[in-house]
Every structure is written in structure tokens, then in C-alpha cells.
Design a protein around this ligand. Structure first.
Ligand SMILES: Cc1ncc(COP(=O)(O)O)c(C=O)c1O
Length: 382
């Protein structure tokens, strides 16, 4: 699959050829831990499934193509992918992370990696001057989410890359919210892309997974060593589910984006809502950057309730179609209160999320049904 074909085609075909043994059009689930050798030192390319498995290889090649990268690696979860990237660092190294990076990423830095001599600073990635001021001689990595979870803040990827590469600092972009249908960080100069494939890439709330994509052969070699050496790999069935979900990614992202814009516009006009943050709305403070950097604006939005925490709790507990649940990016619409759910791990830190904020993951149901559900849940709050 050439890198020049369209993403609608890539999601269906990349990394997947008819099974050489049977002609099966769908990559089989190679549910095996080990592979028989033809002779000592001679095998068909696979020896043990922690090291490599054909279903995983298909997924890894597909993910690399979608991100416009040369090498893909699949992991057991988004956090396993994140943990593996951080193992590229050594004690004494410093990392910059975004001010509202995913709570679990912050938690690992704070409660684990610091113990091993890795330091980090939290900066507003929307502010280039703050990034420049926070750089240290020991800085080796800048960790970006754009848009961020849950504040929907954008980072200007090429501008951050330019700053970082002056000092040989790696830029890693968590592309979970945008997906490669909306944004391809490697093509904008980033060194590493990381995903929670649990979200849009698999898309159906039925599997937990992670991925890393890079272009540099040396980085890939180190990451491959760690993937095999530490072993946080996904099983063949999980890889297959992710491949199956990926086939409709391009269609789903169009539907998520169209629905999210409709819901965002509706909520922006509702008296119970004080603020809507969605990159596709002209009112988003970084709308111009979003238009420059993103081909689609995605399915995630954040709303602030005019009635504060009580109103936010009311909304979360009164929808019928939007399910009250953590996670995001699936066909089903979800909503949650980050302050006490996904981002509880940053309570008491500078990353704390206000309890009046509700995160909404807009699914692919009909926009009219979604709006009607929000309407009935907000009734009485205005
Ligand atoms: C932006 C982002 N990155 C990473 C993760 C971690 O991924 P996982 O839950 O698959 O380990 C999440 C999970 O919510 C996320 O939202």
C-alpha cells in the first residue's frame, strides 16, 4: 500500500493481503503463541508471539500507513505504548508535558517515572513562549496532546517541532483525539505518534489497545526491543478487532465530526451552557489553528454548565442516549464528568479539571436524536 493512496482506501487495505495459505480476504486471527521451525535457525518469519505475530504485523503495517509513517508497533493499551516510549529516556532526562495531558499519563510520570530519576515540567502547549522558557539542557522529549483531553486545547505541531529540533528534542504527539483522518503529526514534523487504539481507531468500545508510529529506523529498533523485551503486547484477537474497526475509520470520523458540530452548535445556543469548546466552532480560541492543522474537527467536545457542578452532575445523570461512561471515540455517544471520573488522578494538582465541565464523546447516531436527548436532560436547568 503506497503512502500516496487516500486514507479511505488505506483503512480498508493497508497491511492486509489475502492469507497466503487459504486466500481468506480477512487477515486470520493467528491465535498461537509459538511457530514451528523448518530446521534449526530456519522459520517462516515468526518464532514466538511476544516477538511478532502475523495478525499483529498486519495491524502494525496498517497503523504505520495511516499515520504516514514507516514503522508501526501495537501495544496492549495506550498506557503500555506510552510507558514503552518513556523507556527511551534515561535517568536525569527531562520531559515537557502538556498542561492537561491525559490524567493517566501525568499519573505515571508523577508516581512512577520520577522515582527512576526522570524529571518533567507541565506547560501550556498552546503557548510557544512558555514551552521555550521551560526547556532545560536535559530536556529530551516534548509530549503533546492536540486536541487535549479534556480541555480541547491545540498545540501548533510544526511550531513546537521547530523549537524542539533546535535542541535535538524528540516530539511525541498523542493523536488519540484527532486520529490520522484529521491530523498526521509525522507529516507535520513530529518524531513519534502514540495512540490509545481503544478509542476511535478500533471505534466500537470492545477492545483496549495502543500504538506507536515512527519514521526513524533507530527509534524503531529501540522500540521493537522494548516491545519484545518488556512484552506489553496485544493478543491476536485484539489486533483483529482493531483491524476490523479500522476499516470504517474514515466513514466514522466523518460522521463523528458532522454530529459533533451539530451538537456543539446546539449547545452553544442553550442557556444552561456557559461555554462549549469544540475546535470546529469559530468561538474556539484556536479555531484558525484547527483549520490549518486538522482536516476534520473530530467527535469530542467539552461543555461548561452555567449552573456549576450541580448542573454538570444533573446533565450526566439525565441523558438516555448518551451513556455515562469513561472512554471515548466509539460509535455510541458517551458523556462523563472528568473531575471525578477520567481525571480524578490529577485532583489537587495544577492539572485539576473544574467539576462544572462535562466531556462529551459524540457518536454516530442521528444528530437529531442526540440533540433531543440533550434537550430533555437540560430541561429545567436553564
Ligand atoms: C488521549 C489519551 N491518551 C492515552 C490514553 C490511555 O489509553 P488506554 O486507556 O488505551 O491505556 C487515553 C485513555 O483514555 C487517552 O484518552
Amino acid at each position: 500500500m503506497s503512502h500516496s493512496s487516500h486514507i479511505e482506501t488505506q483503512v480498508v487495505h493497508a497491511g492486509q493481503t489475502p492469507d497466503p495459505a487459504t486466500g481468506a480476504i480477512v487477515t486470520p486471527i493467528y491465535q498461537t503463541s509459538t511457530f514451528v521451525f523448518d530446521a534449526l535457525g530456519v522459520h517462516k518469519g515468526y518464532d514466538y508471539s511476544r516477538t511478532a505475530n502475523p495478525t499483529r504485523t498486519a495491524l502494525e503495517r496498517c497503523l504505520a500507513t495511516l499515520e504516514g509513517g514507516d514503522y508501526g508497533l501495537a501495544f496492549a493499551s495506550g498506557m503500555a505504548a506510552t510507558d514503552t516510549i518513556i523507556r527511551l529516556l534515561k535517568p536525569g532526562d527531562h520531559t515537557l508535558i502538556g498542561a492537561d495531558v491525559y490524567g493517566g499519563t501525568y499519573r505515571l510520570f508523577k508516581s512512577e517515572w520520577e522515582r527512576f530519576g526522570l524529571s518533567f515540567s507541565v506547560v501550556d502547549m498552546a503557548d510557544l513562549a512558555s514551552i521555550a522558557a521551560a526547556l532545560q539542557p536535559e530536556t529530551r522529549l516534548i509530549w503533546l496532546e492536540t486536541p487535549t483531553n479534556p480541555m480541547m486545547t491545540l498545540a501548533d505541531i510544526p511550531a513546537v517541532v521547530e523549537l524542539a529540533h533546535r535542541q535535538n528534542i524528540l516530539v511525541c504527539v498523542d493523536n488519540t483525539f484527532a486520529t490520522p483522518c484529521a491530523q498526521r503529526p509525522l507529516e507535520l514534523g513530529a518524531d513519534i505518534v502514540v495512540h490509545s487504539t481503544t478509542k476511535y481507531l478500533s471505534g466500537h468500545n470492545d477492545v483496549v489497545g495502543g500504538a506507536v508510529v515512527v519514521n526513524d529506523a533507530g527509534l524503531y529498533e529501540r522500540l521493537t526491543f522494548l516491545q519484545n523485551g518488556a512484552g506489553a503486547v496485544p493478543g491476536p484477537f485484539d489486533c483483529w478487532l482493531t483491524l476490523r474497526g479500522l476499516k470504517t475509520l474514515a466513514l466514522r470520523m466523518q460522521a463523528h465530526s458532522a454530529n459533533a458540530l451539530a451538537v456543539a452548535r446546539y449547545l452553544e445556543g442553550h442557556p444552561a451552557i456557559a461555554r462549549v469548546l469544540y475546535p470546529g466552532l469559530p468561538s474556539h480560541p484556536q479555531h484558525e489553528l484547527a483549520r490549518r492543522q486538522m482536516a476534520l474537527f473530530g467527535g469530542m467536545l467539552l461543555v461548561e454548565l452555567a449552573g456549576g457542578e450541580a448542573a454538570a452532575r444533573h446533565l450526566c445523570e439525565h441523558t438516555r442516549l448518551f451513556a455515562l461512561a469513561e472512554s471515548l471515540g466509539s460509535v455510541e455517544s458517551l458523556l462523563e464528568l472528568p473531575a471525578i471520573m477520567t481525571h480524578a488522578s490529577v485532583v489537587g494538582t495544577s492539572l485539576e479539571i473544574a467539576p462544572s465541565l462535562v466531556r462529551i464523546s459524540v457518536g454516530i447516531e442521528h444528530a437529531d436524536d442526540l440533540i433531543a436527548d440533550l434537550e430533555q436532560a437540560l430541561a429545567g436547568l436553564a
